[in-house]
Design a protein around this ligand. Structure first.
Ligand SMILES: [Ca+2]
Length: 331
């Protein structure tokens, strides 16, 4: 009986696939799974591109037709990206940087409070881990928009130089529960650069119209968000504690008018501003207009030099501590 059992076991063992076959089978399955994941990623990226083209088609065709062939070729060069990952682990770019030291590029993130993941540009230079919430670079995107666009975000999310506003709702989710650092980087039309850093940068929920709060300033571009040098300027132009306004949603303190309408973009206007990075993009810097409506940082270049490049990026404060640096270094 024991012998028969032994023979049965041996015959079953010999009938089973050899280990090498089963390994190769597993390898094939793994390859197929990898291929399926790759195709799913491509599909997802394709869907995003379609969505973006549909939403920005008029601006996209204008940008392409205005550029020279060389510029166009540069413009359509895609960044290497890992934005196609279907599972989103990271609350923000700092978490992604901590997890895998990923290079700069577009990634999907999902702050704890966000219902859905969304795409952002992660700046992994300058210490790494910065989530970009605003960028002006070439005037290709129209920032003179209404409340819902500023709420949800707009612009292009594909190439390194793409301009966008991440969206107040996304910013709110991103900044909630963190005493985030906000670093604002600026370049004028001479190529000079400067930056401003604010501690404890946060905005309120939509029911409070995304009211702005921020703490201590440091940097080289001056504290324009606090309104400039003297008390009178601060009374009229400090952006601290101001609600967000757009041309169709006036929450500013300018009783006679609408700052967002005059200044061609949504912002935390007072009466009206000492900084407005969402203003009209003038392609030469110095400009003349009825209102000081350029891309402005008053404490650095005054009212009448519209900046060439701006970006607003956020990062948790412990990141700065780990660098042992108070200002994040030069841009
Ligand atoms: Ca008003």
């Amino acid at each position: 009986m024991t012998l028969m059992l032994f023979l049965l076991i041996v015959s079953q063992a010999t009938a089973a696939p050899r280990p090498s076959e089963s390994e190769s089978c597993l390898l094939d399955i793994s390859k197929l799974q990898h291929m399926i994941k790759g195709l799913q990623n491509q599909l997802l990226i394709g869907e995003w591109q379609m969505k973006e083209l549909r939403e920005n088609s008029w601006m996209y065709s204008r940008v392409l037709s205005q550029n020279s062939t060389k510029e166009t070729n540069e413009h359509i060069t895609l960044l290497p990206t890992t934005s196609g990952n279907l599972i989103v682990y990271d609350h923000d770019c700092s978490m992604l940087y901590d997890r895998q030291k990923a290079p700069s590029g577009y990634y999907r993130i999902k702050p704890k409070t966000a219902a859905e993941p969304f795409l952002v540009y992660c700046d992994m230079e300058d210490g790494g881990g910065w989530t970009i919430v605003q960028r002006r670079k070439n005037g290709g995107v129209d920032f003179n928009r209404g409340w819902s666009d500023y709420k949800d975000g707009f612009g292009h999310f594909k190439r390194k130089n793409d301009e966008y506003w991440l969206g107040n709702e996304h910013m709110y989710a991103l900044l909630l529960g963190e005493s985030s650092l906000m670093k604002i980087e600026l370049m004028d039309w001479t190529g000079a650069k400067a930056h401003s850093i604010y501690e404890n940068f946060r905005i309120a929920a939509e029911k409070d119209n995304y009211r702005l709060q921020f703490g201590l300033y440091s940097g080289t571009a001056g504290d324009a968000l606090s309104g400039g040098g003297n008390v009178e300027e601060q009374w009229s132009a400090s952006h601290n504690s101001m609600q967000f306004s757009t041309r169709d949603a006036d929450h500013d303190r300018f009783i006679q008018g609408n700052c967002a309408k005059e200044n061609k973009g949504g912002w935390w206007f007072n009466r009206c501003h000492a900084a407005n990075l969402n203003g009209k993009y003038y392609k030469r810097g110095e400009y003349k207009a009825k209102h000081d409506n350029g891309v402005l940082w008053f404490t650095w270049r005054g009212w009448w030099h519209s900046l060439k490049f701006t970006t607003m990026k956020v990062r948790p404060p412990y990141f700065m501590d780990s660098l042992g640096s108070g200002d994040g270094g030069p841009i």
